[in-house]
Design a protein around this ligand. Structure first.
Ligand code: ZN
Length: 202
């Protein structure tokens, strides 16, 4: 999850709504608008811009309005005026989001490519392939010892671990002593059931 470290709000633009009179005091060209905006900081990298707020204040009577409280005519005036010179979002405000999106899509892409490769690996085992297995929360490994046609001779790891990350510690030669025979179909079944959840090939 993203950590929202704070919002950076500032006035982006100010001006007078031209040719409009204050609904309160009827004086013309006294409606000052201020556009507030900014961005949310996600860990020091500015991320998505936040929604703009527009406040209008009459310089004569000091009454403040939200845009929608003013007449449709004044709103039209403002929109026409704003279109000519809008507030732009600098690209750097999006930097955080872009970095995040690129990182995520790369991770997803890599994951998909890995799974594609594994589907080939399980059909055609090679000596040295490591199968990471999850047997009800007990993690261990199998290692392909020999392949002859449909019979695969496989080392069973003597050790298991109950943490996902402990695999590397037990995946060592001296733990591979027992051998068991599998058919290719046996292996495919284990892979389909996600008992073999990852295949490492060097
Ligand atoms: Zn006024």
């Amino acid at each position: 999850m993203l950590i929202n470290l704070g919002r950076n709000i500032k006035i982006l633009k100010t001006g007078i709504i031209e040719n409009a009179s204050c609904p309160n005091c009827n004086k013309i060209n006294t409606l000052n608008f201020s556009i507030y905006g900014g961005y949310i900081n996600v860990i020091i990298i500015p991320s998505a811009p936040i929604k703009r707020t527009i406040l209008v204040e009459c310089s004569n009577c000091k009454k403040t309005y939200k845009l929608k409280e003013l007449t449709p005519e004044i709103n039209t005036n403002f929109k026409e005026q704003y279109k000519k010179n809008p507030v732009k979002n600098p690209l750097w405000q999006y930097t955080g989001s872009i970095i995040l999106a690129v990182t995520l899509s790369f991770a997803i892409y890599t994951g998909i490519q890995m799974k594609k490769a594994e589907k080939q690996y399980i059909i055609n085992p090679l000596i040295g392939d490591i199968y990471r297995v999850n047997n009800d929360g007990h993690y261990s490994t199998l290692k392909v010892k020999k392949v002859s046609n449909d019979t695969i001779s496989i080392y069973i790891n003597d050790m298991e671990t109950n943490t996902y990350s402990g695999i590397d510690e037990i995946n060592i030669d001296k733990n591979y002593n027992k051998t068991q025979f599998f058919t290719k179909q046996n292996l495919r079944d284990l892979y389909t059931k996600n008992i073999i959840y990852q295949i490492d090939r060097r």
